[in-house]
Design a protein around this ligand. Structure first.
Ligand SMILES: [Zn+2]
Length: 217
């Protein structure tokens, strides 16, 4: 940028936002309401008690409007191909997550609870952009073997076409903080989902150049 242009930009108050990594340019990774927000064990929701402004019903579960529209198209296309996918768990509020996490702490202690559920304020389900899916038959529900079922294969192969990624890919526990969850779909928008597929970058943290988040700080 030449001095003259820089002076003009400064005089107009056009100061570029900070960029976390090349791939994150133009995306807000920090605000809970952003469609590209990254929530993990190092990145609590901001604000912590975030409640999406609009939640849309999806077969007994709820998602934010954009994610719900995309999910419905995804599930409809699957059904046309003979794959019956059912939503298992979508939006969860801070207090619902707290109840879930606290029940695990009481039953198993904190160390085990942290492997079973996110602490309140750290769950991607609170964004309204995540959906756990299952086969209508119930086969391999919330188990790694889900990946080899019709619904799991459909999600892995076609999810990106609707803006979804498999948020906790296999072998990425040291980055995402979670073991393989082939059922946990996260809406990030078509552009990001397609770019992750094209570049072969499986973990959202790696795609946006964020630090690894294997455990709580
Ligand atoms: Zn989930």
């Amino acid at each position: 940028m030449t001095g003259a242009v820089a002076g003009l930009v400064l005089s107009l108050g056009m100061i570029a936002p900070p960029v976390t990594a090349v791939a994150s340019a133009g995306y807000d990774l920090d605000t809970a309401s952003s469609l590209q927000v990254v929530v993990n064990k190092h990145r609590q929701l901001n604000p912590t008690g975030y409640v999406p402004g609009s939640l849309v019903a999806v077969q007994g579960e709820r998602l934010r409007a954009q994610a719900a529209d995309a999910y419905k198209q995804f599930a409809r296309a699957a059904k046309s191909a003979g794959v019956n996918i059912l939503p298992i768990s979508g939006y969860r509020s801070f207090s619902q997550q707290a109840s879930l996490y606290d029940s695990y702490v009481r039953q198993y202690g904190q160390a085990t609870a942290d492997t079973l559920a996110a602490r309140p304020g750290y769950s991607e389900h609170q964004t309204g952009l995540a959906m756990d899916i299952g086969n209508a038959s119930g086969t391999c529900a919330l188990q790694a073997c889900f990946a080899n079922t019709p619904a799991g294969k459909w999600a892995a192969t076609h999810g990106w076409e609707y803006g979804f990624i498999i948020r906790y890919p296999t072998g990425a526990e040291g980055t995402t903080g979670y073991t393989y969850e082939p059922w946990h779909m996260r809406y990030v928008g078509r552009a990001v989902a397609q770019d992750m597929k094209d570049t072969g970058i499986a973990a959202l943290e790696d795609y946006f150049g964020l630090e690894k988040a294997p455990d709580y700080l």
